[in-house]
Design a protein around this ligand. Structure first.
Ligand code: FCB
Length: 456
């Protein structure tokens, strides 16, 4: 099975009117990837500041200490989002700007996001904050981080403070970004902060992250009239690498941890039984009521879509005994991620069929290429094609009845791409990290023309 459009396929014609009225059009960013200003406004150290200081942790030895200097340049960046013609903007709130040792929320941190939100509203951008996009306060890591159940309660206190302050102007809230990455990259592969490598810890972390989502939702609803609340998951279409029964079974196991491990408990089905049986002692310790809390109804599912995976049975490879197999001859971004627009349609249809969330927002989708500035322009035709084809795939899913209500391109700006540092550019806007100059790429110009309702 393939999720690829033929590489040579002509770009489909698209019009903004092909999408439902009231659709949220935006770009997505996150705090640690763009803000910089790590020592300003009373911000405490984050696990990413600490992780970046580890030799070899970040491909180019960099950190998010300056990043896009958005902490100082946000008015200009919000102008860019407005000039693109977007009507919504997804960003994240840095918990280390709000956290203090004594527990009283840091007023300077709240003031910063207060101004940022007002800046969005002044520009006609509906704010879509994410409350946790991976930057845990380092002092909480020292008390056990997400592996400690107390962090769940620290999170709901933080959510309470933020939503009390911003809830009169912000109606949409995303609790977590990609719990899979927090858990697996942060605590099993160790390629993300805090850089741990233990399967049981990773699953316990994941349980606490999901629980903190579940307990945060009622807090948000109490503080925000008519709040719309959701969680953003990174989900992947998966298919067997061959027609063998072994690969089909391996694919089911891989799907169990990649997708069902999140979708099932959020939908009130608990953790998948087949996976609990497989994981045995590694499964998270849960307390009575946890799974009910996690199953709290939400208003939308945030879907971050990047690539599909092909899976083979791999004896000896961890408890899952699975392996991701790179498919030959497929189109890839500079990151090596398979370009598969049809995978987005397929994934949305599956989610709709099997889980039926009330609404879906594509909270991230985008591509990384080795962009070059030539005569004051960035001719990123591959990124433009990626965007066009994924939007067309989205249209197909909507036509098939999937209630998709928004699309946020990753990302507004080139930024600090975690363990890859500044070597991976995903922006619709090019950032020169020496001068901090911003330059709209051709893909950004395409998005602007599309959002203006031009025939593109
Ligand atoms: C996602 C992350 C986002 C960005 C993109 C490329 O997994 O949520 O911060 O790094 O990948």
């Amino acid at each position: 099975m393939t999720f690829n459009n033929p590489i040579t396929a002509a770009l489909p014609a698209l019009h903004r009117n092909d999408f439902p009225p009231g659709f949220a059009w935006g770009c997505s960013t996150s705090s640690y990837q763009i803000e910089g200003g790590v020592h300003e406004g009373g911000r405490v150290e984050s696990i990413w500041d600490r992780f970046c200081a580890r030799p070899g942790a970040i491909r180019d030895g960099s950190s998010g200490a300056v990043a896009c200097d958005h902490y100082h340049r946000w008015p200009q960046d919000l102008d860019l989002a407005r000039e693109l013609g977007t009507n919504a903007y997804r960003f994240s709130i840095a918990w280390p700007r709000i956290w203090t040792p004594g527990g009283t929320p840091n007023a300077q941190g709240l003031d910063f996001y207060d101004r940022l939100v007002d800046g969005m509203l002044e520009r006609g951008l509906q704010p879509w904050p994410t409350l946790y996009h991976w930057d845990l306060p380092q002092p909480l890591q020292e008390q056990g981080g997400w592996a400690a159940r107390d962090t769940v309660h620290a999170f709901t206190d933080y959510v309470d403070a933020v939503t009390r302050r911003l809830g009169d102007r912000v109606g949409q809230w995303i609790t977590h970004n990609e719990p899979w990455c927090t858990s697996i990259h942060g605590h099993l592969d160790g390629v993300h902060a805090p850089g741990q490598k233990d399967f049981a810890t990773a699953l316990q972390v994941n349980h606490h992250v999901l629980l903190s989502h579940g307990l945060a939702v009622p807090v948000i609803r109490a503080n925000v009239p008519d709040a719309r609340v959701g969680i953003a998951l990174s989900l992947h279409p998966v298919r067997p690498a061959s027609s063998s029964d072994d690969d089909a079974a391996a694919t089911r196991r891989h799907d169990g941890l990649r997708n069902r491990w999140f979708l099932d408990p959020l939908a009130g089905r608990g953790y998948p039984e087949d996976m609990l049986a497989l994981l045995g002692e590694l499964a998270p310790r849960t307390q009575q009521g946890d799974l009910d809390a996690i199953a709290v109804p939400t208003d939308f599912l945030g879907l971050n879509y990047y690539f599909p995976e092909a899976i083979a049975h791999a004896p000896g490879q961890g408890p899952l005994q699975t392996r991701v197999v790179a498919q030959p001859g497929v189109e890839r971004t500079a990151f090596g991620w398979e370009v598969a627009p049809l995978g987005l349609t397929e994934l949305l249809l599956r989610i709709h069929r099997e889980y039926a969330p009330r609404a879906v927002h594509i909270t991230e989708n985008g591509s990384c290429y080795d962009d070059a500035v030539q005569d004051g322009a960035v001719h990123d035709s591959a990124r433009r094609a990626y965007l066009v084809r994924h939007l067309a795939a989205l249209c197909t899913a909507i036509a098939e009845g999937v209630p998709v209500q928004g699309y946020f391109a990753w990302s507004l700006l080139d930024n600090f791409e975690w363990a890859e540092g500044y070597t991976r550019r995903f922006g619709l806007t090019h950032v020169d990290f020496t001068t901090q100059q911003r330059l709209l790429k051709d893909s950004g110009k395409w998005y602007r023309a599309f959002l203006r309702g031009e025939d593109v």
